[in-house]
Design a protein. Structure first.
Length: 375
């Protein structure tokens, strides 16, 4: 259950020369179909191409054509034998030049997808296969050689990749070629490390054929060790929906508001509070609300102090009305008139006293009486 075909760019090269009888070639096509069934076929998994050869080579379909098993098997069922010669070297050369290219569906080297060839033949190559096969292996192509009945074992070993006991197969007849299906299933099997639980990933394991990759839950990022995860800054600009303040909370976040605002029911946006409500301001007399803040003012007749909070009383003379001003002027004029008369009487009184000192007694008494009257 933990074994799955690893991703491949796989090319079948099948011999349809005159030595392969029509009923035997039908067995080859059944083998191809059963092999397809064992593979994890898909655009992002294993891609399959088929080449048919005898004295000429025909590309039945390249790697880029089919990404589902049904379509691929239908195309295999329509393949017809070519019936002449056995140009195995030419077939391998054609695979390198015409199939293993990005234009024909081979994935770039950066994807690190193995390039694999399975050659099925029942004869001896009629061309020089050794050098061509060596060039293919040097180009990173892994070659499996399957010999049937009269196949030349030495030729199979010349073209196959090392180690030979893992890349060279032989069956007595086309009637039993299907038994190789299980062998290739085991060969192409990739143990699912993620399923076995031996991956070492802290959070998420992603199977990648024979290998695996580690990933992290949402809100976390993969550390440089490619195994462990760290929480990302979910409050970074553009990563949250808070109207004013974002508060990171163990890989998630909650929203908050500035002083003077309150969080709305949507838990994201904020509304201004009444800053002039009792107990929320420092104004001594008047509080003026101003978009989430406030300023202080004073009642009429008071001025705001430098602390912008307390008030001082104004000068009262500046508050005298016109009517009161007229009364003041009348009182001042009366006071001036009385003062002037008193000063005049005082002067006469003093003169009277000086004159009384020089008169006779009888007359003095009369003068004094007169002076007291004046006084």
């Amino acid at each position: 259950a933990a074994c799955k075909n690893r991703p491949l760019d796989l090319v079948f090269i099948v011999d349809s020369s005159r030595s392969v009888r029509p009923e035997e070639f039908e067995k080859v096509k059944i083998f191809l179909s059963e092999m397809i069934d064992t593979l994890d076929v898909g655009e992002r998994t294993t891609r399959v191409a088929v080449m048919n050869y005898a004295s000429t080579v025909k590309m039945e379909f390249p790697l880029r054509t089919y990404f589902d098993k049904a379509s691929m098997k239908e195309a295999v069922s329509r393949i017809e034998p070519l019936s002449a010669g056995t140009m195995t070297g030419l077939a391998i050369q054609s695979a390198m030049a015409e199939v293993f290219t990005e234009e024909m569906g081979t994935r770039p080297a950066a994807f690190n997808i193995p390039k694999v060839v399975i050659v099925v033949t029942d004869g001896r190559p009629q061309d020089q296969v050794q050098d061509v096969a060596a060039s293919a292996r040097a180009a990173g192509i892994e070659i499996y050689a399957v010999g049937v009945d009269r196949a030349d074992m030495q030729s199979l070993r010349i073209m196959a990749s090392e180690p030979l006991d893992e890349h060279v197969f032989y069956v007595e007849t086309y009637g039993v070629i299907e038994k190789l299906t299980s062998r290739f299933r085991e060969t192409f099997c990739a143990v699912n490390v993620c399923a076995l639980g031996t991956h070492g990933c802290q959070q998420v394991c992603v199977s990648n054929g024979a290998s695996h990759l580690c990933d992290c839950y949402e809100g976390y990022t993969l550390n440089p060790d490619k195994r462990t995860c760290s929480a990302v800054d979910v409050c970074a600009p553009g990563r949250h929906e808070c109207g004013q303040i974002c508060v990171s909370n163990n890989g998630s976040y909650v929203c908050d508001c500035y002083e003077g605002y309150t969080l709305n029911p949507d838990k994201k946006t904020c509304s201004a509070l009444d800053m002039c409500a009792p107990g929320r301001h420092d104004c001594a007399q008047v509080c003026l609300s101003n978009d989430g803040s406030y300023s202080c003012a004073c009642y009429e007749g008071y001025t705001l102090n430098s602390d912008k909070k307390t008030c001082s009383g104004a000068i009262t003379s500046s508050l005298v009305t016109t009517e009161e001003s007229c009364k003041c002027e009348a009182i001042a004029a009366l006071q001036d008139s009385v003062t002037s008369h008193l000063e005049a009487l005082s002067t006469k009184y003093m003169k009277c006293l000086r004159s009384c000192r020089h008169i006779k007694t009888d007359s003095r008494l009369s003068e004094l009486s007169f002076c007291f009257i004046l006084k």
